[in-house]
Design a protein around this ligand. Structure first.
Ligand code: NOJ
Length: 768
C-alpha cells in the first residue's frame, strides 16, 4: 500500500480506529463494510453524495475514450462524479483514479464501466450466437476471459449481460441476448454473471456485472427500438422476468433499467418493479444504474414535467446512479436542500454505490486494475484466441444439409468463395465490439484458404455489397461460380444492421443479395450458404434452393477459422437455434411457446384456424433446430416417479446413441405441457437441456432431475402456482423434433410456489 493510500485510509477510518479494542481490529481489511461506509458518509457533503450518484461519459466516442477534457478532471477533483463510462486503458484510468484518490476531498475512488458484451479485445460470438451453443459453461468462460481482459485494462464494471427476451427479429438488439426462451435465457444469464464476477467482486480479475435492460425492453412494439411494451403481468412474470431473477440470484452486483415503458409506466420511474419486486421480493442488494439519459427521458415519456421532477421520480422509484443525464449530479441538489427529496433517499443510493466500491476492493486498492504491464500481458492471449475459435465452432447452427453435401473435401481442385461478407472483417465483430479490432478477425475467405489443401485453388468474387442495388459484380461472380464444383456463398447483414437503434422493418437479405444467390444457383453449381447476421433472417428462397446453410450469426475474431472447420468437417456442428426463424416478416411474433388457441392452426387452409392463408403454419426453422454430420437415436424413456407433488423433482432417463459415422454432439431438450390448467398453457415449454458429446457408435443413458416447480405459471390471481393434473413430457432434438414422450401426474392441491426463487433442471450423462 502506498503512503498516500495509507494516509487516505487512515483518515477515513480514524473514528473506528479510536474505538478499536485490539490490534486485530486495527487491520483495515477487518473494518466491516457498514462501519467503514457510515464513517465515510458522515464526512461527505450533500454535493459529494450526489456526485457519487452521477455517471458521465468519458468523451464523445460511443465505443471507448482514452482521454477526457480538463473540465471532467475538474469534476473529479470536486467530487462531482462517481463513475465514468465508455473509457478504457490501464494507464489513462490510473491517471483519473489518481486525481480522484489524491486530489479530491475524500479521495473516494471512481468506478469505470464499459459495454464488454462479448469480449473486450478477444471478441467472441455475439450473445445470440453463443446462446446457440446451449453450453452455459462455455459461455461462462467467454465472460470470464472478457473480465480478465477488461480488468487488465482498467475496467471494473461491464454493462452486461443483456438478458432481454426477444421474440421479434425486427428488433436490432435481439443480437445482444440469448433469444426467445425464458429458461435458456435464465441459464445463460446466470452463466454470464458468474463469469464476469468470478469468485467474488473483491477477487483479482472480477468485474461487476449489470444485467439489463430491466425489463421487457425486448417487447418493444413492432420491434422498434425504445418503443413501448404492452405486457400482461402473467407474461411479465413468466417470460420477461426470469432471466433477471436468475442474474440477481447469481449475485449480479448492479442492474440497468430499460428505456421502455410497460403498459404506460416507464421503467426509469417504475417503483413497483425497481423496488418492490427487485429489492423487496428478490432481495437484490446491488445498485441500479439508469440507462443512458433515461431519467431525463421521463419528460419525453410524459410522466415528468421537468428535469427536477424526472430526477425525483427516478430516485424514489429505485434508480441509484444516473447515467449521463446529469440530473442526479446537478438538479437534484436544490430539491434536497428544499426538502422536496429526503436526505434518506439520497443516502440509500449513495450507500449502495459505496458498498459496491467497497466490495470491489477499491477502497483497499483503488489502482488494482491500472497496471500497464498486466494490460499488455493479459490481452489477446494465445489461449483466449483458441477458445474464441472453440466457442465460435460450438455456436454455428447447421440449418440444412441436403444429400450430405457438407462436410466438403479439403483437396478439391477449386472452390469459389462469393459474397459481400466473404472477406468482411467488421461484421464478425458485431455490435458492441469494445476494443475488438478488424485486424484480429479471420474472414471466411481466409479461413477457407487456411483450411484447404495447398493445391486447391480458392477463387473469390464479392458479387455485390451488403445493401444497395449495384449488380455490376454479378457477371464476375457467375463466371467464378461456373468454374467450380462448390460455391461457398457468404451473405447476410453488415455489423451496423443489428444492435441498438438498428431495427429493420424487413428481415430478408438486404440489398441485391437474394438476386446474387439466384444467379449463382442458376449456374447449377452446388451452393453452400454461410449466413452472417445479427437477427433471424427470413430466407425461404435459400432454404428451398441451395444445398446447405450454416447460420453463423456474428462469430467474433475467429469467425473464418471456425466456419472453415465446420465446412470441412474438422468440427461437427451441433449448435441449436436459440430463436425461431420465421418465413416472412408477417409471421412475427413467431415463437415456439405460443398457446394452442381454441382453433389450433391446421395445414388445411379451408378450415377456420389460427393461420395465414398465404403461409404454411410452421416457421422456416424452429427453436432448438440444428443438424449434425452424424445422427442420434433416442430410446428407452423411463419415468421413475410417475406421481409427484409440486415440491418434488421428476426423475426421468433415456438412452442416446450416436448412430452415424462420426463423433458429434446433440443438445437434448426437455419440454413440458400442462394438459389442463386454469389459464391456457403454452403448447410446450423448455425446462431442461444438455449438450452431449458422443463418439461414433457411443451410447449413453441420460438422467434428468426436473424440479416440478419449473411448471409454475401465473394463475388468474397472478400468483405463481403448480396445479395438480397430467403433464406431458417431450424429449427432442428441437422444439419440433420430439423423439420421446410420456406423461406424469402432479398430485395434491394447487400449490403456490415462491416466485422469488429460480429453479434449474439437472441433466446428467451416465457414461457407464
Ligand atoms: C445505452 C444502451 O441501451 C445500454 O445497453 C448501454 O449499456 C449504455 N447505452 C451504455 O453504453
Amino acid at each position: 500500500m502506498s503512503i498516500l493510500k495509507f494516509l487516505f485510509t487512515l483518515f477515513l477510518i480514524t473514528p473506528i480506529l479510536l474505538q478499536a479494542k485490539s490490534n486485530e481490529d486495527l487491520s483495515l481489511l477487518k473494518v466491516p463494510m457498514d462501519e467503514f461506509i457510515d464513517s465515510l458518509m458522515k464526512k461527505m457533503t450533500l454535493e459529494e453524495k450526489l456526485g457519487q450518484l452521477a455517471q458521465y461519459a468519458g468523451g464523445g466516442s460511443l465505443g471507448f475514450n482514452t482521454r477526457i477534457d480538463d473540465d471532467r478532471k475538474e469534476m473529479i477533483r470536486k467530487g462531482k462524479v462517481g463513475s465514468f463510462l465508455h473509457v478504457l486503458g490501464a494507464d489513462f484510468l490510473g491517471e483519473l483514479q489518481k486525481i480522484a484518490v489524491e486530489e479530491s476531498h475524500l479521495g473516494i475512488p471512481l468506478i469505470f464501466g464499459l459495454d464488454v458484451v462479448h469480449g473486450l479485445k478477444t471478441i467472441f460470438p455475439v450473445p445470440l450466437a453463443s446462446a446457440c451453443s446451449f453450453e452455459p459453461e462455455a459461455v461462462k468462460k467467454t465472460t470470464r476471459i472478457a473480465a480478465v481482459e477488461a480488468a487488465a485494462s482498467g475496467i471494473h464494471w461491464t454493462f452486461a449481460p443483456m438478458v432481454d427476451i426477444a421474440l421479434d427479429p425486427r428488433w436490432g438488439r435481439i443480437v445482444e441476448g440469448a433469444g426467445e426462451d425464458p429458461y435458456l435465457g435464465a441459464v445463460m444469464a446466470k452463466a454470464q454473471v458468474e463469469g464476469y464476477q468470478g469468485d467474488g467482486l473483491s477477487f483479482e480479475n472480477s468485474i461487476l456485472a449489470c444485467p439489463k435492460h430491466y425489463v421487457a425492453y425486448g417487447a418493444a412494439q413492432g420491434g422498434r427500438d425504445y418503443n413501448s411494451a404492452e405486457v400482461s403481468k402473467r407474461t411479465l412474470g413468466g417470460v420477461y422476468l426470469p432471466p433477471f431473477l436468475a442474474a440477481v440470484k447469481a449475485g449480479a452486483g448492479s442492474l440497468m433499467n430499460g428505456f421502455n415503458d410497460i403498459n404506460g409506466e416507464p421503467m426509469a420511474s417504475n417503483r413497483e418493479l425497481l423496488t418492490s419486486v427487485l429489492r423487496g421480493k428478490w432481495g437484490f442488494e446491488g445498485f441500479v444504474v439508469s440507462d443512458w439519459n433515461s431519467i431525463a427521458e421521463l419528460i419525453n415519456h410524459g410522466v415528468a414535467k421537468d428535469r427536477v421532477d424526472a430526477g425525483k421520480k427516478a430516485l424514489s422509484a429505485g434508480i441509484d446512479m444516473d447515467m449521463t443525464s446529469g440530473i442526479f449530479g446537478e438538479e437534484i441538489l436544490k430539491s434536497v436542500k428544499k426538502g422536496e427529496i429526503s436526505q434518506e433517499l439520497v443516502d440509500k443510493a449513495v450507500r449502495r454505490i459505496l458498498e459496491t466500491k467497497y466490495k470491489l476492493g477499491l477502497f483497499d486498492d483503488p489502482f488494482k486494475y491500472c497496471e500497464v504491464e498486466a494490460e499488455k500481458a493479459e490481452i489477446l492471449k494465445e489461449e483466449y484466441i483458441k477458445f474464441a475459435k472453440e466457442i465460435a465452432c460450438k455456436s454455428i447452427v447447421l440449418l440444412k444439409n441436403e444429400n450430405g453435401v457438407l462436410p466438403l473435401k479439403k483437396d478439391l481442385e477449386k472452390i469459389a468463395v462469393i459474397g459481400p461478407l466473404a472477406d468482411d472483417r467488421r461484421a464478425p465483430l458485431g455490435s458492441w465490439k469494445a476494443a475488438g479490432e478488424e485486424k484480429d478477425v479471420v474472414t471466411v475467405l481466409e479461413g477457407i484458404k487456411n483450411a484447404v489443401a495447398k493445391d486447391t485453388q480458392v477463387l473469390y468474387s464479392r458479387g455485390c455489397e451488403v445493401s444497395g442495388d449495384d449488380k455490376s459484380g454479378f457477371e464476375e461472380a457467375v463466371s467464378v461460380a461456373s468454374e467450380v464444383d462448390i460455391v461457398v456463398l457468404v451473405l447476410g447483414e453488415s455489423a451496423d444492421m443489428s444492435g441498438e437503434a438498428r431495427s429493420r422493418s424487413e428481415i430478408g437479405l438486404p440489398g441485391v443479395q437474394k438476386e446474387l444467390a439466384e444467379i449463382i444457383v442458376e449456374t447449377g453449381t452446388n451452393v453452400v450458404v454461410v449466413l452472417m447476421n445479427g437477427r433471424p433472417l427470413a430466407t425461404p428462397y435459400l432454404s428451398e434452393n441451395v444445398s446447405a446453410i450454416l447460420e453463423t450469426w456474428l462469430l467474433g475474431i475467429q469467425s473464418g477459422n471456425a466456419i472453415a472447420d465446420v465446412l470441412f468437417g474438422d468440427y461437427n456442428p451441433g449448435g441449436k437455434l436459440a430463436v425461431t426463424i420465421p418465413r416472412r416478416v408477417g409471421q412475427i411474433p413467431c415463437f415456439y411457446y405460443h398457446k394452442n388457441t381454441g382453433r389450433p392452426a391446421s395445414d388445411d387452409v379451408r378450415r377456420h384456424t389460427a393461420r395465414y392463408i398465404d403461409l404454411p403454419i410452421t416457421p422456416l426453422y424452429p427453436f432448438g433446430h440444428g443438424l449434425s454430420y452424424t445422427k442420434f437415436k433416442y430410446s428407452g424413456l423411463k419415468i421413475k416417479n410417475k406421481k409427484v407433488e409440486a415440491n418434488d423433482s421428476l426423475e426421468i432417463s433415456f438412452s442416446l446413441k450416436n448412430t452415424g459415422k462420426v463423433a458429434g454432439s446433440e443438445v437434448v431438450q426437455l419440454y413440458v405441457k400442462d394438459v389442463v390448467a386454469s389459464v391456457a398453457p403454452p403448447v410446450k415449454k423448455l425446462v431442461g437441456f444438455r449438450r452431449v458429446y458422443l463418439g461414433k457408435g457411443e451410447e449413453v443413458r441420460i438422467g434428468i432431475k426436473m424440479p416440478v416447480n419449473l411448471l409454475g405459471f401465473y394463475n388468474k390471481e397472478i400468483k405463481k402456482v403448480v396445479e395438480p393434473g397430467e403433464v406431458k413430457i417431450m424429449i427432442g432434438s428441437s422444439s419440433e423434433g420430439i423423439r420421446l414422450d410420456d406423461s406424469f401426474i402432479i398430485e395434491g392441491e394447487i400449490s403456490e410456489i415462491d416466485d422469488s426463487e429460480i429453479y434449474y433442471t439437472a441433466v446428467k450423462v451416465n457414461r457407464d
